[in-house]
Design a protein around this ligand. Structure first.
Ligand code: URA
Length: 270
């Protein structure tokens, strides 16, 4: 039969559940789909994975959830973000937000580095190990390359560039953020852009592109300006290869250089 492990001392007869337990299970199964929402995956939408009690049946132990779905968490993020009037306020609000499960496994909330009020906003993917340790975006090897790329067009984070990510907490093992994680952080990202009012946005890599525009395929998208409609304003954005990708594929730096020049031209009225 494929059974290889005993999980309780005594066998359970699922057909002989108490009336109350059956009613609770049935109520759970009949929820309209819209109330379930997008979940963060196994272990998050507890009610969808919790097995029936294997010991004495007590109805109150069957449906156990207070964890919001990704849609609910995104709605909460939207409310919080809308109440923020400055980047500093937003940064504090993001640090206090518990709706993204990545936060539990991260050491820091990583929101931004650089100069508020810069005409250039660089948006990356998510913090890695070094960023999580230090609490600022792009401080590891990829960040050092980003600094050199920016320096090539007369930009530094100390003078005239603002840097952020589409995710504020390090994904475990640096895995790619899920769509649900991107969805939850997105209201903060949008508000960040609206408050920052950059003249141009450099979108670093495929995850940032997806997080901002929903598009996939950085190789096709890179180097092509597009308008991001956010908070009632239109912001020109140019997708580029992520510096971490350029570290692995240095022959692609030629294309990155072309994109940097296009960015420089846009910022300087070209
Ligand atoms: N890669 C990113 O996209 N962002 C960081 O902050 C660090 C690495």
């Amino acid at each position: 039969m494929g059974l290889d492990e005993a999980i309780a001392d005594a066998p359970q007869d699922a057909f002989a559940r108490s009336g109350a337990e059956k009613a609770a299970l049935s109520a759970r199964d009949q929820r309209p789909a819209a109330t379930i929402g997008r979940s963060f995956g196994p272990g998050i939408a507890q009610e969808d994975v919790e097995p029936p009690s294997r010991t004495t049946a007590r109805p109150s132990t069957i449906v156990t959830t207070s964890t919001p779905s990704a849609d609910e968490a995104a709605a909460e993020a939207e409310r919080i973000a809308a109440a923020c009037a400055s980047i500093d306020e937003l940064e504090e609000a993001i640090a206090g937000f518990d709706g993204c499960p990545l936060k539990k496994g991260a050491r820091s909330t990583v929101v931004r580095d650089g100069v508020i009020g810069s005409d250039l906003l660089v948006i990356g993917e998510a913090p890695g190990r070094d960023e999580d340790r230090i609490g600022k975006p792009f401080v590891g090897r990829a960040g050092q390359l980003l600094d050199r790329m920016l320096a090539a067009i007369g930009r530094t984070r100390a003078d005239n560039t603002l840097i952020t990510n589409v995710i504020y907490w390090r994904p475990p093992g640096n895995r790619t953020p899920t769509d649900a994680e991107i969805l939850v952080c997105r209201p903060f990202v949008e508000r960040f852009i609206t408050i920052a009012e950059p003249k141009a946005i450099a979108v670093m890599g495929g995850v940032a592109l997806k997080g901002l525009s929903g598009e996939t395929g950085i190789t096709r998208a890179r180097g092509r300006w597009r308008d991001l409609e956010l908070g009632g304003a239109t912001r020109p954005a140019i997708p580029m290869f992520h510096p971490a990708f350029l570290l692995r594929r240095p022959e692609q730096k030629r294309l990155a250089w072309a994109d940097l020049q296009a960015l420089d031209a846009k910022l300087n009225g070209g």
